[in-house]
Design a binder for this molecule. Structure first.
Ligand code: THU
Length: 140
């Protein structure tokens, strides 16, 4: 796994908590913030953005990722996620798939509870046997 200093993790969680303040979650009331770090040391922040029609809801992780990709970023080092929940928040299945598109399989995913306690897992642990661009390329 990419090595992350405790100090760096704390910084990312602080930024993710700031992003959580921007959440638009009038339906669930469950605010989430994400901080995505690039290889060059830039941070992209995201919050969840809900919708009256529910399915268009965008998670914090994808907001951060899509902002970064739009800005031309393709190299990612870590992501931290924090919510209002008492338990560690883990990216949903859709977000794991989006992360797998752009991030290294051994990328650390930092999952925090609302108090900032956290666990770190590699992306590949969270989405084993993932379907990626490689599968399509190899079949050509
Ligand atoms: N949510 C996230 O933003 N990220 C996660 O990792 C889990 C779920 C959001 C989606 C929805 O707005 C709310 O949390 C409740 O599911």
């Amino acid at each position: 796994m990419i090595n992350l200093h405790e100090f760096e993790i704390k910084k990312m969680l602080r930024l993710a908590a700031e992003a959580r303040e921007k959440a638009y979650a009038p339906y669930s009331g469950f605010r989430v913030g994400a901080c995505l770090k690039t290889g060059s040391g830039a941070y992209y922040l995201g919050c969840n953005i809900e919708n009256a029609s529910f399915t268009p809801t965008n998670c914090a992780e994808r907001t951060a990722m899509f902002k970064a990709v739009y800005e031309g970023e393709r190299d990612f080092e870590a992501i931290a996620v924090i919510s209002d929940g008492v338990d560690y928040v883990a990216p949903c299945g859709v977000c794991r798939q989006v992360l797998a598109e752009f991030c290294p399989q051994d990328m650390p995913v930092i999952c925090a509870d609302r108090d900032g306690n956290y666990v770190v897992h590699e992306l590949r642990e969270m989405l084993p046997m993932s379907f990626t661009k490689k599968d399509i390329d190899e079949s050509k």
